[in-house]
Design a protein around this ligand. Sequence first.
Ligand code: UDX
Length: 417
Amino acid sequence: MQIAVFGAGYVGLVQAVGLAELDHEVFLVDIDEAKVEALQGGSVPFYEPGLEDALKSYIASGALRIETSLDRNPELAFVCVQTPQLGDGSCNIAAVKSVLASAHLPELVVIKSTLPPTEFRVLEVESNCELAMNPEFLREGTAFDDFLNPDRIVLGVRTPEAEQVLCSVYEKLEAPKLVMSPESASLTKYAANTMLASRLSLINEIANIAEVVGADMDAVREGLGSDPRIGRQFLRSGAGFGGSCFPKDVLALATSAHASGYDSKLIRPVIEVNEEQAGRFVAKIEQELGGVNGKRIAVWGLAFNKNTDDIRESPAMRAVKLLLAKGVFLSVYDPEAMQNARAELGSDVHYAADVLEACDDADALAALTEWDEFKEVEWPRVAVRMKGGFVFDGKSFLDRASVERSGLKYAGVGVCD
Ligand code: UDX
């Protein structure tokens, strides 16, 4: 099928390359000339495993073309442009509206951008095309693999014809195709992110309680995760969650519900708990070290998640800024996010060449992104480089026993010696 994809950001690029992999002929359209030029040259402007090689190969085969405007009539279009947060927490759909006003649109246009059910209906009333909703559930760092191996494909459609077209687009993917109304599809996306984010804020609150009542969060996590109704995923407590989706989508759901006449009691506190969590992590470091002014702290991880260079809403960046404000000398290292961090932190921190150099003479180490490289480090080699003995785990991902065997003291959120 000939398919246009509007928006060459994170979602659109993965969608376009993924559709090419499913043997479609794809036209990726973005109004940013510099971005289009870079992509035409095979260069992906962010770090996402597997994506750049696939992009290059589909450009070379001619299956994927990248342009600044659409000059032909495709059979189907996906809209993947940004829907940023407005000051009141609602979702700005101006970019989607502008795509829907462009020339050469097909009869069926599929919205992939995250937007609430009410906004979908606004677009539907204004558009000359039939609209459908097909939310994405991609995790940064595994996005291309998530596209090719999804748990489910949610198709929000108004007509059997739209259902048939979308089912055939994704025919090669084995995942169950869940057909529903566009409103339900949109709410499914918000519900999934809000459910996961709530789980993280709840587990962080339980970890905070563990600290004040003298319980051990590692043991509690094991006890909780053993219940199959609860499961083991998304139980790691720490300095909070981040990224471009969770904070924005959780707030947008509460705001959109309020605008439609429902005041949620549970949703907003999910964000409030998260916003305080990095501060609690820093307070813990302060308490254990007996003050941090003038101390030297190594920071492992700046990205909001492993396998990405994305620092948007990153708890690591939040903690770094709080520590800087308290007069700490920071030596930071992240395998991919150093360049993005440098744009925000400038020369306020030392950028280390590797995990070990970051630890040289450090009074303490704070690990804030769950990169495998940090998990697999040889702790005795870390211990000899450090001056002090504390390792603060901001994502509950390090092996406590290995840390302690090397003579270092492990402190997680909800876990103390
Ligand atoms: C999320 C959803 O998973 C995805 O389906 C949606 O489309 C976009 O938002 P993403 O934000 O890219 O994806 O990453 P995810 O792996 O979900 O991690 C979110 C945050 O939670 C990260 O900061 C991560 O470190 C944190 N996290 C995750 C924890 O703090 N503890 C955990 O146990 C798991």
